[in-house]
Design a protein. Structure first.
Length: 374
């Protein structure tokens, strides 16, 4: 049975070149990068070369890149330190953020008594900028946290506009860019963004490593303590092999971005075309102009088939999802879809189909054929 992987918003396959780089580091450059002998210095060189490479891809200074274990850690750190150390009294976010942001904000509200406002959303999940301006016009030191690309429906935030409006009101701007880094151009100097986060496994790198971008002189402080690694921001011996793998993956992602983006856009268009032919009553959740590698579709199946649809597809070797992989064990409907769909539509089965450059039109054909047998 041919297996089809269409869950790239959840995680991506590691590139062979990345595995080769990581394997070399694991076998040849195992020294602790904080050690002063030659083994340690070798590790330190690899670490800082990776930092410079990553910084170059987003037009940052190397000193503004801090390595973390994942995007969730980076989100938690930035939001918590903004409240504790930067005296942020209010956070503006949206109800369709990743839970790494939503749950962190909820805990900060309980722990520090900060105010939390949720910006209004349009029917396709895009931010209502008029409401954002109204919220920002209220007093109190504020941080705005809005994700660049929604991980479930692919809604794209106009990041440049969001940052500009936020700064017009002297507020700070943080963005979870986990779904967009490596898949679209991001220039932090042009954007003048304060904080963003990324995770390597979303752009064909290894799991267990990510990074935070902190604008120079941000004032953030560490949230846990130990050694002086990562300029004192993030204690703990760096996983050099994972960081080198992340840098290689990001470099390759941007080097081949144009060709990969064109290929994936064609796949998404083909998928929409084929689904509309076979299931004319199917509906796209979110904006039809959503991010090019994510397609969230509501299918016209009976409610009793909803629970078994993923199992049915999996038995045929096809991997898709009903939402964020982080919520895959939950019986609750997607919190993202709950914000943009009515109760009746929410009962219908919706699938997130997410593509990479490894996918082909044959993958789409196999998916549609499998769906016809549900």
């Amino acid at each position: 049975m041919r297996k089809v992987y269409l869950d790239n918003a959840s995680t991506t396959a590691i590139l062979p070149e990345v595995i080769a780089e990581m394997t070399k580091v694991l076998s040849d450059d195992f020294g602790n990068p904080s050690s002063t002998h030659s083994f340690g210095r070798s590790g330190k060189v690899l670490l800082e070369t990776a930092r410079k490479s990553i910084a170059k891809q987003i037009n940052a200074a190397a000193s503004e890149i801090i390595f973390t274990s994942c995007g969730t850690e980076a989100n938690n750190w930035i939001l918590r330190s903004a409240v504790k150390d930067l005296d942020v009294k209010r956070i503006i976010t949206s109800k369709i953020e990743h839970h790494a942001v939503l749950h962190t904000v909820e805990m900060l509200q309980q722990e520090f008594g900060i105010s939390v406002d949720y910006v209004a959303l349009k029917n396709d999940g895009t931010v209502d900028f008029t409401d954002l301006v109204e919220l920002l016009s209220q007093e109190g030191k504020t941080l705005v946290s809005l994700m660049h690309v929604n991980n479930e429906i692919g809604t794209v935030l106009d990041l440049e506009k969001a940052v500009r409006i936020t700064h017009d009101y002297n507020a700070l701007f943080h963005s979870d860019t986990v779904q967009s880094i490596g898949k679209t151009e991001i220039d932090v100097q042009k954007l003048d963004i304060d904080f963003l986060v990324a995770s390597a496994h979303k752009f064909h790198g290894p799991k267990g490593v990510g990074f935070a971008y902190l604008k120079k002189n941000s004032g953030l402080q560490p949230i846990f303590f130990g050694g002086e690694q990562e300029k004192g921001f993030r204690a703990g011996t760096e996983a050099v092999h994972q960081i080198v793998g992340m840098a290689k993956a990001l470099e390759m992602s941007y080097f081949e971005l144009d060709s990969h983006r064109t290929h994936i856009k064609e796949l998404k268009d083909y998928a929409i075309q084929q689904i509309e032919i076979v299931f004319p009553e199917a509906k796209i959740n979110g904006s039809t102009e959503g991010f090019y590698n994510i397609l969230n579709v509501m299918f016209p199946f009976l409610e009793d088939k909803t629970a078994m649809i993923l199992f049915h597809l999996d038995m045929k070797g096809i991997a898709v999802s009903r939402g964020s992989a982080c919520q895959s064990g939950s019986v609750k409907p997607s919190h993202v879809l709950a914000e943009i769909l009515n109760d009746d539509d929410l009962k219908q089965p919706s699938l997130r189909i997410s593509f990479s450059h490894f996918n082909t039109k044959e993958d789409i054909d196999l998916l549609v054929q499998a769906l016809q047998t549900v």
